[in-house]
Design a binder for this molecule. Structure first.
Ligand SMILES: Cc1cc2nc3c(=O)[nH]c(=O)nc-3n(C[C@H](O)[C@H](O)[C@H](O)COP(=O)(O)OP(=O)(O)OC[C@H]3O[C@@H](n4cnc5c(N)ncnc54)[C@H](O)[C@@H]3O)c2cc1C
Length: 393
């Protein structure tokens, strides 16, 4: 039986930070980690460069049923505190955009820094120690692994969420919280790609790998960042952000032309380059594959209008409208019912050149209903090479 003041289950970002602070207060701290290395998720974070903080982050950036929940913690430990720590260890970093700070080098620099801080605070770390059971005792807790028993006065559950089971993520923390009488708010995926199935996916496949700037909105919430088409659906920062607000059945609106009015652009192009094909015009604004895709899909939008299906509902406001008179063209508005598809097409794109209609591709109201959060939950991106040996003291 081994006794500590504090035992922390999980050597991820939360467990390591908690251990450092408890150790600094003179507590005898043990971290128990079931993997054979620590901080696996930090290692893969930020594409391997660890987006370690956001200098503008505040309580407003945290989603919670109780928005005040994080206030006091964030007031006492600000992004600047962590930045100071990073600078103390001479870890070079840069701001990518919107206040996001990344290591110039690799994520392991952050892990090494946290391990050094743990060491300085006298924290003991044991890897390959999976806590299997916890019992409440009169003066604290008793923890059982397959072979040993540990006791402590204070117990911290920092065993992480369920994302990326390949890296050892389980619902252990939730089960333990339930065991001690806590109510669990149903966990939902956050910051994940969105996926499509069947017909939508089939169409989008040709765009896999194409990235473009977009404003992605759900209700009153919008994010203006990059959008990436993938072989499963949509990803990129704008989609990852909106995914945290999305629940099944919700429609997401995508403005693929956030910085410039498409109608003005097309009008201008019609005047300056009247002989240009539409897809060539669009390549000035979009990657060639996306430009071609827009033309191809709009080309048979009329068929969708007469033959709507539920699966096509997310296309209904990608519209091309035209009028031969110089009046403002109609841009279709998204409709609430997912069953109806209405794409007003007065002029087929192939007629654009011949009849020179006033054409408008309404990319500002692209609306869709994803099928799911990406399978990242079950098939995450995998994990990088593990550190050799156990980290123990
Ligand atoms: C691909 C990807 C990229 C990301 N990029 C960023 C980024 O750039 N910036 C950012 O801020 N966040 C990023 N995140 C999110 C961030 O990685 C996590 O929010 C954070 O690492 C979670 O830390 P944690 O300590 O709560 O949980 P975890 O890191 O999951 O740690 C929990 C630990 O507990 C251990 N454990 C579980 N059960 C037991 C048990 N019974 N006994 C012993 N040990 C147990 C697990 O093995 C694990 O090591 C990213 C996440 C992913 C998946």
């Amino acid at each position: 039986m081994t006794d500590f003041d504090v035992i922390i289950i999980g050597a991820g970002a939360a467990g390591l930070m908690c251990a450092i602070e408890a150790g600094k207060r003179g507590r005898r701290v043990l971290i128990m980690e079931s993997n054979d290395t620590v901080a696996g998720k930090i290692r893969i974070s930020g594409g391997g460069r660890c987006n370690f903080t956001n200098k503008d982050s505040s309580a407003a950036n945290f989603l919670s049923k109780n928005p005040r929940f994080c206030l006091s913690a964030l007031k006492r430990y600000r992004p600047q505190n962590f930045i100071k720590l990073v600078e103390k260890y001479d870890i070079a970093y840069h701001e990518k955009k919107l206040g996001q700070l990344f290591c110039d080098g690799k994520s392991h620099q952050i892990i090494d820094m946290l391990l050094k801080e743990c060491d300085a605070a006298g924290v003991v770390i044991q890897t390959s120690q999976s806590v299997e059971d916890v019992e409440k005792q009169e003066n604290g807790f008793r923890l059982l692994t397959a072979y040993e028993t540990f006791t402590c006065a204070s117990l911290v559950i920092a065993s992480g969420g369920k994302s990326i089971p390949k890296m050892g993520a389980t619902g252990f923390g939730y089960d333990l919280a339930r065991q001690f009488g806590h109510t669990i708010i149903k966990p939902e995926p956050a910051l994940v790609p969105l996926t499509f199935q069947n017909i939508q996916l089939e169409k989008l496949k040709s765009l896999a790998g194409v990235s473009t700037d977009a404003v992605v909105s759900l209700g009153k919430t919008s994010f203006a960042e990059a959008l990436l088409f993938t072989h499963r659906g949509l990803s990129g920062p704008a989609i990852l952000q909106i995914s945290s607000y999305w629940t099944a059945g919700d429609e997401v609106q995508i403005n693929l032309s956030p910085n410039r009015d498409m109608l003005d652009f097309l009008k201008e192009q019609r005047t300056t380059q009247p002989k240009q094909e539409l897809h060539n015009i669009l390549t000035q604004r979009f990657a060639r594959r996306l430009a071609q895709f827009i033309c191809d899909e709009v080309a048979w939008a009329d068929g969708w209008r007469t033959c709507p299906t539920r699966n096509l509902s997310w296309w209904r406001t990608l519209s091309i409208t035209g009028a031969s008179a110089p009046t403002a063209p109609k841009v279709s508005e998204p409709q609430k019912s997912p069953a109806a598809v209405s794409i007003p097409v007065k002029y087929h794109p192939k007629h654009l050149k011949a009849q020179k209609p006033l054409a408008c591709i309404s990319l500002a109201k692209w609306s869709m209903s994803p099928d799911n959060w990406a399978a990242i939950i079950s098939n995450g991106p995998g994990h990088p090479a593990m550190l050799p040996g156990n980290m123990s003291k």
